[in-house]
Design a protein around this ligand. Structure first.
Ligand SMILES: [Zn+2]
Length: 111
């Protein structure tokens, strides 16, 4: 009960304070790589790779393969321009951030 109330409260805060990521399909990465933009290399239906700035603020660029021939690979879904990625993104180096991107919003994992 409490956990559920807390979950909806944190959901509310997240949407209030976060600027969601936008998905942008590109053939090549632009020179001025923007924050809060998830670049989809390839097409929305057949994304080859996605790139984004780490949401923690460390300014590292994260590159995730979304292609069948790559392992590991991530699954991208774009709804109304907002990207969702699964599974979670767990950085083994640098800031060691662990998070999900769901409908453009970052869900942090604190375990
Ligand atoms: Zn980071």
């Amino acid at each position: 009960m409490f956990k559920k109330a807390f979950a909806s409260f944190s959901e509310f805060c997240k949407r209030l304070f976060q600027t969601p990521y936008k998905a942008e399909c590109v053939e090549d990465l632009p020179d001025n790589f923007k924050k809060k933009t998830l670049y989809v290399i390839g097409t929305k239906d057949e994304p080859w790779q996605v790139e984004l700035f780490c949401p923690c603020g460390c300014e590292d660029k994260i590159v995730l393969p979304t292609n069948d021939s790559m392992k590991p690979r991530w699954y991208l879904k774009v709804q109304k321009g907002k990207p969702s990625l699964s599974p979670s993104i767990f950085r083994s180096k640098g800031c060691k951030s662990h998070f999900f991107i769901r409908e453009g919003y970052v869900d942090w994992c604190f375990d």
